[in-house]
Design a binder for this molecule. Structure first.
Ligand code: HEC
Ligand code: HEC
Ligand code: HEC
Length: 212
């Protein structure tokens, strides 16, 4: 007797929950997509949504409606080819934006380090250039060292697979910096640049005999 009463109340409770669920906003279908965290990989039509639709701000809050939309805010900035279509490095260089280095201290100045690291890439992709300068204009050394990268050239294992999984350069690229789809922005240094003119049009037909 007691048990069936318990069951009925449990069932009605479940009913209430189901009813409530029906009223809850249905999560975006893309929630099933493991890459939703990677907002810069969304199709162009879904990028830069107004604050009410961006899934970050509370759509019920009147304050949200008062916010400037990214499209409006980004219009005066130099355009980029991917991500949110702003070339942030250029915007910084042209002083179109002047981000605070320290949120709490408007006078804090970045420690800019001009050291470029070349990472030779296996395969046919051009080598990767990592410029410290453009990074340290925005970021503190501690954003990368030592948690993401040991500060020693060649000491870190890097691969595209890890980057795609949000590790290594992917800690930022594809999330808060230009996306991984923009291959040629990282892979900039043609291999054996000096020899480039000698390379035949069909390298596959004649494997390079590089040994000496
Ligand atoms: C955005 C990430 C990032 C930031 C920020 C950063 N670094 Fe680095 N740093 C790297 C990477 C990547 C390497 C190369 C590691 C490798 O090749 O395995 C590196 C390498 C180094 C090296 C080794 C150079 C060599 O020739 O062996 C030093 C020293 C270094 N960083 C110091 C700094 C200092 C000082 C700062 C702050 C002013 C800084 N880094 C900020 C990513 C960063
Ligand atoms: C801690 C965050 C962070 C990490 C880690 C990081 N980057 Fe960046 N990177 C940035 C930011 C922020 C910018 C500037 C904003 C933008 O261009 O989207 C940037 C810009 C760049 C640029 C553009 C420079 C230019 O002149 O236009 C290159 C190239 C680049 N990163 C390569 C790399 C490579 C290669 C790695 C890994 C070895 C890496 N980054 C790791 C945050 C990061
Ligand atoms: C944010 C910078 C960045 C972007 C963007 C990027 N790569 Fe890479 N890529 C790297 C780094 C770093 C490595 C590792 C280099 C090494 O071995 O030290 C790498 C390695 C590679 C390799 C060698 C195999 C491996 O996984 O190590 C290939 C092939 C490659 N990338 C292709 C691509 C293609 C195709 C794209 C565009 C879809 C791309 N990369 C975009 C940074 C980048």
């Amino acid at each position: 007797m007691l048990r069936s009463k318990f069951l009925t109340s449990l069932l009605s409770l479940l009913g209430i929950i189901a009813l409530n669920l029906a009223w809850m906003p249905v999560p975006d279908a893309s929630a099933a997509d493991p890459n939703t965290f990677n907002r810069l990989m969304k199709p162009p039509s879904k990028r830069n949504p107004p604050p009410v639709d961006d899934g970050i701000h509370d759509p019920q809050s009147p304050g949200t409606q008062g916010l400037q939309t990214p499209k409006e805010a980004f219009t005066p900035l130099p355009q980029g080819p991917s991500g949110n279509y702003v070339d942030w490095v250029k915007a910084f260089d042209e002083k179109k934006i002047q981000p605070r280095f320290d949120r709490d201290d408007p006078k804090a100045q970045p420690v800019i380090m001009d050291l470029t690291i070349v990472r030779e890439v296996k395969g046919s992709m051009p080598d990767v250039i990592f410029p410290h300068k453009q990074h340290t204009e925005w970021l503190d050394c501690s954003n990368c060292h030592p948690a993401v990268f040991v500060p020693q050239k060649g000491a870190n294992q890097m691969s595209m697979a890890a980057i795609m999984l949000g590790e290594s350069c992917g800690v930022c690229h594809g999330k808060v910096a230009f996306p991984v789809a923009d291959c040629r922005r990282c892979h900039v240094q043609t291999k054996g640049k000096a020899k480039a003119s000698k390379v035949s049009a069909k390298p596959a037909a004649k494997p390079a005999a590089k040994k000496k």
